[in-house]
Design a protein around this ligand. Structure first.
Ligand SMILES: [Zn+2]
Length: 314
């Protein structure tokens, strides 16, 4: 397949923007200390980052050790989206490193044994599902409900791909369509299965408005901003103010820590290879600055919300 390009490779290239270093906020140094050139006597540890969107790389034999190194340097916890074939490897890594690795099961919704796969993921200690994608029917098709019923019973987080999806094959026919993965389909899932935390990857790119509106009304819906959106919108990041417009309003829906900022409906997700996660952290922080996201909301987006949902150990 000469023209094949992997999503990871594609997104990696897309996210390679000018990145000098993480901002002072992420490195744990105070802005004051940076400005005066005087490091504080003891730097507080950097705020914990929880990355909702780390795909397990079956091609890399050193993936787990590489990830653990990165977790140490960034104060990162990774939700590792794991193919069924690697379920035992990642379950064992998560057992040994519960502060760094949270196992998520990547199940093919169209597989005949999808329900059995989900039950096995659960028995192995998995904490949710994702990334669900490349579906043959729209996400809200009733044939997928048995999987959602199980996830609802478990009270799981389920990460759905939303919006435009890569084309893996250019020469051969492919049964793949972004229209089956529109953010609007998540609304029905969130309402029918209220114990699922419905997490949409890529904020519906480019249907950001639908994604945000569904998040506004549904306390169990959140989105990550992984993928090409933050790169595409790098010259107009303040446009996110128009999409997440309802800060300070009360919609009667619960939010983490009762935060009234509209941006509380975003969580951190990278969806890049490990060496590029730091650059996505920087992209998020650039967006925060462009939209004046309050400091306490930034901390929730970058890790607080997911740490609480997942009851992560310290
Ligand atoms: Zn995706």
């Amino acid at each position: 397949m000469p023209n094949r390009i992997s999503r990871r490779k594609f997104l990696g290239a897309a996210s390679t923007v000018a990145v000098s270093s993480l901002s002072s906020r992420a490195s744990g140094k105070s802005t004051l200390a940076t400005a005066t050139g005087q490091p504080p006597e003891s730097s507080p540890p950097a705020d914990r980052i929880v990355d909702m969107h780390v795909h397990f790389d079956e091609a890399s034999p050193t993936f787990v050790s590489d990830l653990l190194k990165l977790c140490g340097s960034l104060n990162l916890t990774a939700c590792v989206l794991t193919p069924f074939s690697s379920r035992k490897t990642v379950a064992e890594a998560a057992r040994q490193h519960p502060s760094e690795i949270v196992p998520f099961g990547n199940v093919n919704l169209d597989a005949r044994d999808a329900v059995q796969q989900v039950e096995e993921f659960h028995a192995l200690g998995y904490r949710g599902l994702g990334e669900l994608e490349f579906v043959k029917k729209p996400f809200n098709d009733p044939s997928y409900f048995p999987v959602y019923e199980l996830a609802n019973r478990y009270g799981w987080i389920v990460l759905f791909h939303t919006g435009i999806v890569l084309r893996a094959k250019f020469e051969e026919p492919e049964d793949v369509a972004s229209g089956r993965m529109r953010p609007i389909h998540l609304e029905e899932i969130a309402r029918r299965f209220p114990r699922i935390t419905v997490l949409g990857a890529h904020c519906g790119n480019p249907e950001y408005e639908w994604a945000a509106e569904i998040a506004r009304w549904n306390p169990n819906v959140f989105f990550d901003l992984s993928g090409s959106s933050l790169t595409k919108m790098r010259e107009r990041l303040s446009d996110f103010r128009k999409i997440f417009w309802w800060s300070g309003s009360d919609w009667g829906t619960d939010t983490p820590k009762n935060d009234r900022s509209a941006y509380i409906k975003i969580v951190f997700g990278s969806d890049v290879k490990l060496s590029e996660i730091k650059s996505v952290v920087h992209q998020y922080q650039t967006m925060f600055d462009a939209c004046d996201v309050p400091p306490q909301t930034r901390r929730m987006i970058m890790g607080g919300t997911l740490a609480k949902m997942l009851k992560l150990p310290g």
